[in-house]
Ligand binder design. Sequence first.
Ligand SMILES: Cc1ncc(COP(=O)(O)O)c(C=O)c1O
Length: 342
Amino acid sequence: MRAIDLRSDTVTQPSVEMRAAMAAAEVGDDVLERDPTLALLEERVAELLGMEAALWVPSGCMGNLIGLMLHLRRGDRFLAPAQAHVLGSELGTGAWLAGGMPEALAWEGGPGRPTPVQVSRAAGSPGPYYTLRTTLLCLENTHNFAGGTVTPQPEHRALVATAKTAKLAVHLDGARLWHAAAALDVPLSALTEGVDTVQVCLSKGLGAPMGSLLSGSKPAMAEARRLRKMLGGGVRQGGVMGAAGLVALDYLPRLAEDHAKTRRLAEGLRGFGIAAPMPETNILLVPVPQAAVAVAALESVGVRTLPVGSAIRFIPHRDLAMVDIEAALRRIEPLAHLFQEA
Ligand SMILES: Cc1ncc(COP(=O)(O)O)c(C=O)c1O
C-alpha cells in the first residue's frame, strides 16, 4: 500500500522538469561574486513581493533569523503572535543568536492574529533609560500552527501602521505568504505593504528541495548578505538551487488546487462526524483526544500525519492529487472513532 504523506508540504519531490533545470543551470561563485541564476531568482522574487531587493538563503529559519538580526539589538524585545514559528520552532535563535527578548501576543484578532491594540499596548512608550526597549513586530502569514490562517490585507495594513506609529520595525515570516495571497486572490505585494523585511519559502508547497528568500531594502540586503556568510549560509554555485526555485515559482498559479484538496479533506472528515474546521489554505488541524495514538493508527493504514499539540495536522500538497485525498478519506473512515471524545 502506497503511503499518502500528509505530514507537510515540504515532503514533495523535485519534479523531472525541476531536476532538468537544476542540471542545466548557469552558475557562478555566489560568495566571491554573484551566481547569475540566484541573482535572477532574487530579482524575480523581490519584484513579486514589491520589495527593493532579495537574498537567497538555504532555509526559512535562516531567513527569519537574519531578519531578526537586522532589526534587533541585544536585549530588545520583539513581539510575535502566540505559537509563531520564530517563537517556538526555531530553537530559540531569536533570543540566543539575534539577542531579542520574545513576547507572544494572544490571538485576540482571530486564529493566529493579534490586534493593533495589542501591538500598541505591548510596544509601550519610551520611558527612562532603564526601560525595556521594544523594537520589532514579527508577523506570520499564513500562521502555521493556527492552521494555515490568513491575515487579510486590511488587518495587515492596520498592524503595520500601528507598529510604525510605535516605532517598531516589521518582519514578516511569509513562509507560506504565497498561500495567503492565493486564498485572498491578491498580489503578494499587497501583503508585504509597509514591512521592512519578509521571508518566503520555496520548499513549502512549491516543490523546491531547499531555499528561501529574505527581502527588503538594498542596504538591508547588503547587510543580510554579510550575516548569511557569518551563519555559514554563503553558497558557491547556488544557481543549482536557484534554478529549482525559478521552476518552483511556476506552481504559484496552482496553489488554489491544494487549497481545494484541503477543503475536500475537511468536508470528508466532517461527513464521518469528525469536528474538522474549514481550512483557509493548505493546512488542516483536526482536534483529537490522543494525538500520538491517532497518528500511529493513521500510519498503520497508510496515512501519514503529524501531531501538533492536541490536534493532527494534515497538509495536502502538489504531489497528491484529488484521488489521493479520496483514498485517504476511505482509509480514515474506519478510524473516525479516534477523533471522538471518550
Ligand atoms: C511559518 C514557518 N516559518 C518558517 C519555517 C522554517 O522553514 P525551514 O524549515 O525552511 O527552515 C517554517 C517551516 O515549516 C514555517 O512553517
